[in-house]
Write a new protein. Structure first.
Length: 325
């Protein structure tokens, strides 16, 4: 039972891998400016905003120091995402950053666990790859009265991932890294409401990116690109003017009752009968990767980066970043 994948939703397109995912909708006009846009770490270096050489000496590949205005921008985006989700009625939460093995196997398949998770030697603890892991784990072995659902939570955490395998030039810099931070959203709900919540969750991410003038699109994951426990999944991709294409910045998933079965997350109906809840998760924003989209889409010909109005209060009122070199 622990190795059998979930039954996918009938609406999921059939395909072998992510190359056969299906575009659903575009939001905002993807623009290619008439000036050359540098690689994202080169933009950051104009602001003295990143030091990957020092990070390499301290921790190895896949780590970074963010500095000055770029570090502040990173934190501003997280703070804005927190308030954005609170304003949409979600309860803010800071979860444990380590979880026990029974929670790990409750939220993901063995293959995913091996590819992603860092184990703490000598202890029954793993560093989380996303706060969804400890947030869903919060409900382990519980029975929630039906009238208390849905549970809608938004959580901040650092995330730690092995990211095994070689990756191309576009996935260097801060694109694919071992440590990053994220604002996540999770929902625990009645089975008949999970489809409705799935659509609400991915729309939250689209709306968030559009408030920062970043064009995005939604992409339906085909059967071959779905992780074992997922019923249905939509990726949100941001426009990269430099690459002239979209790239993934978030993923929204409906897991049906797969996690609930493994973790014994149950609901008690008005008739006192118990049944398994449905669980969903979605990335609101993961700033290191999102910074790429932000910097490219708000870069001006003279090297300045404009700060959208929604973000200014988190940047001390700044309306733009001015390069120092």
């Amino acid at each position: 039972m622990m190795t059998i994948p979930n039954i996918i939703d009938p609406s999921v397109p059939i395909g072998k891998d992510d190359s056969e995912n299906v575009e659903i909708e575009k939001f905002g006009e993807p623009v290619v400016p008439d000036f050359e846009i540098p690689y994202h770490t080169d933009i950051m270096e104009r602001f003295n905003g990143i030091d990957m050489d020092a990070a390499g000496k301290v921790a190895g590949n896949g780590f970074y120091y963010l500095m000055g205005d770029i570090a502040r921008l990173h934190s501003a985006i997280i703070s804005y995402a927190r308030d954005f989700m609170i304003d949409r009625g979600f309860t803010y939460c800071i979860p444990p950053y380590m979880i026990r093995s029974n929670v790990v196997t409750g939220v993901m398949s063995f293959d995913e666990m091996d590819a992603m998770m860092y184990k703490i030697e000598g202890e029954d603890l793993y560093l989380i790859g996303t706060s969804e892991h400890s947030m869903i784990g919060k409900f382990i072995d519980t029975i929630t009265p039906e009238e208390e659902l849905p549970k809608t939570l938004t959580s901040y955490s650092p995330c730690f991932r092995k990211e095994k395998g070689a990756h191309g030039i576009e996935e260097r810099g801060v694109y694919r890294i071992h440590q990053f931070e994220k604002q996540e959203m999770i929902v625990v709900c009645k089975p008949e409401e999970s489809k409705m919540w799935f659509d609400k969750l991915w729309q939250n991410t689209v709306d968030f990116f559009r408030t920062m003038d970043i064009p995005v699109r939604t992409l339906e994951c085909c059967s071959g690109d779905l992780a074992d426990l997922k019923v249905k999944s939509i990726d949100v991709e941001a426009w990269s003017p430099r690459q002239k294409k979209y790239f993934e910045v978030g993923s929204c998933s409906n897991l049906g009752d797969a996690q609930a079965r493994r973790l014994k997350i149950r609901v008690q109906g008005k008739d006192k009968n118990k049944y398994f809840a449905h669980t969903l998760n979605n990335t609101c924003v993961a700033p290191p990767r999102m910074l790429i989209a932000f910097l490219e889409n708000n870069l001006q010909a003279d090297g300045r980066v404009l700060i959208p109005e929604a973000l200014r209060m988190y940047m001390g009122g700044k309306t733009e970043l001015v390069p120092v070199k």
